[in-house]
Design a protein around this ligand. Structure first.
Ligand code: 3HC
Ligand code: NAI
Length: 689
């Protein structure tokens, strides 16, 4: 056996221990260790039963994701599983940490499973655009039935050990911290009681009970249609469970294998695997090492209790961190605090937590009109009006009040943070924490590094983000930072497209079908067309001015680009259609037929190009960070991997070709970035950077 596996014999129990940090993923050496280790244990006459256990933080957490797409080597997972399942002696899986994907599938070929109470089991392949490809789709329904299997596999949930015990996925819980002893004791019991060698593949009761009930699947599909929209993997998982219910085990496995191969070689899974690694990379900052000193953040100050300030405050209150929130007027303060309370009470009404919890969280909030009350806060976040003079004034005052070492953050969405930092004598303490609205809901946080921001302020901000459950991406100071800078490209093109020949609903349909949660015009209607619009100054110069002047200010007024009914269902508006035609005629625009392909390319390729400029300028660390920003901040479909990964899948040569074509027709909005040109010249993609 190789050095990943270790077989020891204790009395008549053979213990095969796997040790392949960090998560004992099923790489070729691990598969070999299982195959050879079990084989040796079978050959050893002293061994009467076998325990399969892992060292380190977890039981096998799945296939080795880095191996997908590479040439297979060593014994297959099926070889290793067959060795276990066909062993003439009981094999017991001993689970701690997480038995996930291929890890759980290995455990399901064991004759018995024991776990510590903190362990979790799951088949999360769907999150990687996959399905369990080592028999899991056929074995899980044989234990838990079709309904539970559908839920577990299409959501990829990690199920706690206690629940696993109730579902029959685990046979016994053993004392926390004593897995090895507990598993050996269990193995001895199996021998003493002469228990059978249970093969899940032969257990048909559950699937037979579900046979002849196709409504289980149809209802499930219907109930989840919205959630699964665009993704291939959930449907493929469902088809495998249908096969488990309707076909003999061997036939079901054939369906599983066929569908698995299709997914694992497809673009969606490649994209979702890219996102898996991107989500982990995004926390790593090359010039801010892991041992950078962290500033303890035990209290937070927030300036401004408006839309953003209140939402930001909730993040900290939810995490048990006390917040002092400052406003200029009592009325604004009361309104802000009341909104926070109302949000919490609504959550309590929906059963998310108790009313005591509401009070507990509100109890952590100190509203005040005195900025001096921020003197003890470790982190202060400014969320006042988006105006440079106002912000500088606030920071100037803050400089005199905040204690030494406090982090001074701004939530500005577009102002130059380097300039804001000139208002203080400690620019190294200044950073951007750009939350997205609604700040208590949206997962993304852009951490904006200014010229002089210290490493320790950066490291602390990233850690704080993690603590409050955000996904943080470190970006640099530039107009719109990363997320809105890409958005601006798309918005510009969307507006141009409706002048040139498309209608708002054409643009929206194309982008919705591409996988975005909604198109730009539906989004504008939702946000309100009057954000940043000035009634006094409005002179009907833009389409937006004209809509607002007609009081078509979006969903809230029942009309915007679309008409809305009482349930806020949108229908294309003939009024808007006419307005667009009139406006275009006034401007002398010759409208033309615009294809769906052109809509998509004009909205998305300039975003990719802008992403390349951002990379060129060093305003994002890596292309995959830009993908994370757009997935978590704007709902870019995970199955497309984010805009930059999408660019790679389309082919950067094609993106560049189109940009040049558009540039020659429509000018420098489409000027290709130097990086894009360079990558194409070298035959590379963003993935190669
Ligand atoms: N393969 C390769 N690397 C993996 C991995 C895997 N299955 N799971 C985790 N890693 C790596 C991570 O990339 C990370 O590497 P890094 O330190 O270089 O960034 C490291 O292991 C630690 O991972 P986390 O930072 O995620 O550690 P956590 O402790 O937060 O979480 C975990 C641990 C819950 C196991 C989490 O890593 C996880 O969810 N992993 C993926 C599980 C999964 O999806 N399994 C199914 C795989 S597909 C499959 O099994 C197909 C089969 O059906 C044939
Ligand atoms: P808002 O107008 O809802 O709230 C601003 C609040 O700040 C008001 O309640 C105001 O009374 C208060 N305020 C003004 N000056 C103050 C001062 N000197 N001291 C204390 N309080 C003061 O504005 P909103 O939308 O919350 O925006 C705040 C900041 O967040 C802006 O910089 C904005 O660009 C940014 N932002 C806004 C997003 C959004 O979607 N609304 C998204 C991301 C960032």
């Amino acid at each position: 056996m190789n050095d990943v596996g270790d077989l020891t014999v204790e009395g008549d129990i053979g213990v095969l221990t796997l040790n392949s940090p960090p998560v004992n993923a099923l790489s070729a050496p691990v598969r070999e260790a299982i195959h050879e280790g079990i084989k040796q244990a079978i050959a050893d006459d002293k061994v009467k039963a076998i325990v399969l256990i892992c060292d380190g933080r977890t039981f096998i957490a799945g296939a080795d994701i880095t191996e997908f797409g590479k040439a297979p080597s060593g014994p297959s997972l099926f070889d290793a599983q067959d060795m276990i399942e066909n062993a003439p002696k009981p094999v017991i899986a001993a689970i701690h940490g997480t038995a996930l994907g291929g890890g759980l599938e290995v455990a399901l070929t064991c004759h018995y499973r024991v776990a510590v109470p903190s362990a979790k089991c799951g088949l999360p392949e769907v999150n990687l655009g996959l399905l369990p490809g080592a028999g899991g789709t056929q074995r899980l329904p044989r234990i838990v039935g079709a309904q539970k299997a559908l839920e577990m596999m299409t959501a990829g949930t990690h199920v706690g050990a206690k629940q696993c015990l109730e579902m029959g996925l685990v046979d016994e819980l053993v004392e926390e911290g004593k897995l090895r002893e507990g598993a050996i004791a269990f193995a001895k019991k199996v021998l003493a009681e002469n228990r059978p060698l249970v093969k899940i593949r032969e257990q048909n009761d559950k699937v037979e009970a579900d046979r002849g009930h196709p409504e289980i699947f149809e209802n499930f599909r219907k109930a989840n249609a919205r959630k699964f929209r665009g993704f291939l993997a959930p449907e493929y998982n469902i088809q495998c469970i249908e096969a488990a219910v309707n076909l003999p085990f061997e036939e079901g496995i054939k369906v599983e294998q066929k569908l698995f191969r299709e997914l694992v070689t497809g673009t969606q899974s490649a994209a979702q695997r890219h996102v898996f690694f991107a989500e982990r990379q995004v926390w790593k900052i090359p010039d801010v090492p892991k041992d950078t000193p962290i500033i303890p953040v035990e209290s937070v100050g927030i300036i401004g209790a408006g839309t953003m300030g209140g939402g930001i405050a909730m993040n900290f209150l939810n995490s048990g961190i006390p917040v002092t929130i400052v406003e200029t007027k009592q009325e604004a303060l009361d309104r802000g605090v009341a909104t926070i309370r109302k949000n919490y009470e609504n959550s309590a009404k929906k059963g998310r937590f108790s009313m005591e919890e509401v009070e507990k969280r509100m109890g952590l909030l100190t509203p005040t009109l005195k900025m001096e009350d921020l003197g003890t806060a470790d982190l202060i976040i400014e969320a006042v009006f988006e105006n440079m003079d106002v912000k500088k004034d606030v920071f100037g005052k803050l400089d005199k009040i905040a204690k030494n070492g406090a982090i001074l953050a701004t939530n500005t969405s577009a102002l130059n943070i380097d300039e804001i930092a000139t208002a203080v004598k400690r620019p190294e303490a200044v950073i951007g924490l750009h939350f997205f609205s609604p700040a208590n809901v949206m997962k993304l946080l852009e951490v904006v590094r200014a010229d002089k921001t210290s490493k320790s302020v950066i490291a602390t901000s990233m850690q704080v983000a993690k603590k409050i459950g955000k996904v943080a991406a470190l970006v640099g100071v530039c107009p719109g930072f990363v997320g809105n800078r890409l958005l601006a490209q798309r918005q510009r093109e969307a507006q141009k497209l409706i002048m040139e020949g498309a209608m708002p609903w054409d643009v929206d349909r194309v982008l919705y079908d591409f996988g975005l949660p909604m198109g730009p015009f539906a989004m504008s209607d939702l946000a309100g067309l009057d954000i940043g619009w000035n009634k006094e100054k409005s002179k009907g110069e833009t389409l937006r001015d004209r809509l607002c002047e007609m009081d078509r200010r979006g969903q809230k007024t029942g009309a915007g680009y679309y008409d809305y009914d009482e349930e806020r269902n949108a229908t294309p508006s003939p009024v808007v259609e006419k307005m667009i035609l009139d406006y275009a005629a006034e401007k002398g625009i010759n409208r033309r037929q615009i294809s769906d392909d052109e809509i998509l390319e004009r909205c998305i390729y300039p975003m990719i190009n802008e992403g390349a400029k951002i990379l060129e300028e060093g305003k994002a660390i890596r292309a995959s960070d830009i993908d994370i920003v757009w997935i978590y901040g704007y709902g870019f479909p995970r199955y497309r991997g984010g805009p930059m990964f999408y660019g790679d899948t389309v082919g950067l040569d094609k993106v560049l070709g189109k940009m040049k074509e558009f540039q020659s027709q429509m000018g420098d909005d489409f000027k290709p970035s130097a990086l894009l040109e360079k990558l194409v010249a070298e035959g590379k993609g963003f993935k190669d950077l």
